[in-house]
Design a protein around this ligand. Structure first.
Ligand SMILES: Cc1ncc(COP(=O)(O)O)c(C=O)c1O
Length: 441
């Protein structure tokens, strides 16, 4: 029986999510829309199988087809990125990164990564992540201009002699300085891991530097600019194997049996399909268009009076700094944009004057909108809508005394529901979006 007939409750919610994705502009830079083919693989009977181990070395029988699909995914990843080894089993980006620690460090040893409020990821040593409690984390920062402080990375590395240094970010709008951080890591004998979760698709399209010549290990999620299912990969480079000939084996053992059990074979199939799509020439056009769209959107926002961290973008995302209107206002703009069907996320900005829960920035990006076929003229319209919405809520400030925040937010939520200008923008956004279909909706 199909879902529609069998389970009305789940089907109703799924239908609502289909409508939300179809009728809204998705600007969260870590999200994307997968193809029908990836959806087919993800919804396939590969989900029924258990396959602990690796191709040709499984603990269960009946894995001949899973072996084939996993080898396809590995071979495509190796060919696309130009690396000798690929592990496609990590359940997602965070366990992939954890496996890098398990393969290269003992708990208590020193590691370095970009500070989370400066744009780094939780798994690069932030204090509430196990990567910041099981290891001694020495974070590095961005300078007041928003660019990574490479001099500080060198200074801290010489002082603390880390075992592992990360370069990669979740909210960083400029080219990642792989070569410079590799030089620091090489000088102090550290492993260098590049986390390209956000920019993997841009690397493949040739619009972001590849870390492969510089890093020992490269991790990436598969569901952001790579436009595959939710999952991850760990790549070991030639440089990594020269540093430690057992590195690939150590990574594989860190994933299984170190951290995980059976791989999600339907995801592996989906990754193979997405990598097949990335091999087609159109993918390079897609990557180039993501960046062209981001630059147009950034320019459109600046023209309308917004302040952007670093003054623009090199990649697929940008960070609006809302502090000129007061600290902690990200929540207001995120919710007001949600109201009109434009989805973004509130985010800390470098030197955040408020808190992670009430941050002063908005992070937005173009990978998903670009997948729908939106181009520069559409980015102009989106920038104009964002400006209109920001203007409609410009008088709202986050109270400094915490107890009164609840009441102000309740007031604000009621006001944006009742605002007729926002209602009219919602209708325009819906009509606009319906011209750009989303696979699976
Ligand atoms: C740079 C970076 N690394 C790792 C991850 C973790 O990925 P996941 O959410 O799949 O665990 C993310 C997710 O946003 C990320 O941005």
């Amino acid at each position: 029986m199909r879902l529609q007939e069998q389970d009305h409750d789940v089907f109703r919610v799924l239908s609502a999510e289909r409508r939300r994705q179809r009728e809204g502009v998705e600007l969260i830079p870590s999200e994307n829309y997968v193809s029908e083919a990836v959806l087919d693989a993800m919804g396939s009977i590969f989900t029924n199988k258990y396959s602990e181990g690796y191709p040709g070395r499984r603990y269960y029988g009946g894995n001949e087809n899973v072996d084939d699909v996993e080898r396809l995914a590995q071979d495509r990843a190796k060919r696309l990125f130009g690396v000798p080894h690929a592990n496609v089993q990590p359940y997602s980006g965070s366990p992939a990164n954890l496996a890098v620690y398990v393969a290269t460090c003992q708990s208590g040893e020193t590691i370095m990564g970009q500070n989370l409020p400066d744009g780094g990821h939780l798994t690069h040593g932030w204090k509430v992540s196990v990567t910041g409690t099981y290891y001694r984390s020495v974070p590095y920062h961005v300078k007041p201009d928003g660019y990574i402080d490479v001099d500080e990375v060198g200074r801290l590395a010489r002082e603390h002699k880390p075992k592992l240094i990360w370069c990669g970010a979740t909210a960083y709008v400029r080219e990642l300085p792989f070569e410079k951080i590799a030089a620091v890591a090489d000088a102090v004998g550290a492993f260098f891991a590049a986390d390209i979760a956000h920019v993997a698709g841009l690397v493949l399209a040739g619009v972001h530097t590849s870390p492969v010549p510089y890093a020992h290990i490269v991790t990436t999620t598969t569901h952001k600019t790579l436009r595959g299912p939710r999952g991850a990969m760990i790549l070991v480079t030639e440089k990594g194997l020269q540093r430690d000939p057992d590195l690939a084996e150590k990574i594989d053992r860190a994933i299984f049996p170190g951290l995980q059990g059976g791989p999600h074979d339907h995801t592996t199939a989906g990754i193979a399909v997405a990598l097949g799509e990335a091999m087609q020439s159109g993918f390079k056009d897609y990557g180039r268009q993501i960046v062209a769209n981001a630059k147009t959107l950034a320019h459109g926002l600046i023209e309308r009076g917004f302040t952007l961290v670093t003054g623009g973008t090199d990649n697929h995302m940008m960070l609006i700094d809302l502090t000129p209107g007061g600290p902690g206002r990200g929540v207001f703009l995120q919710e007001a944009l949600d109201r009109v069907g434009i989805t973004v996320n509130k985010n800390t900005i470098p030197g955040e004057p408020s808190s992670a829960f009430y941050p002063s920035g908005i992070r937005l990006g173009t990978p998903a909108a670009t997948t729908r076929g939106m181009r520069q003229p559409e980015m102009e319209r989106i920038a104009a809508w964002i400006a209109l919405v920001a203007d409609a809520i410009k008088d709202y400030q986050l109270p400094t005394d915490q107890p009164s925040r609840g009441a102000v937010l309740r007031d604000f939520r009621r006001a944006i529901q009742e605002n007729r200008h926002l209602e009219a923008v919602r209708a325009d956004v819906r009509e606009f979006c319906l011209k750009f279909p989303v696979a699976g909706t």
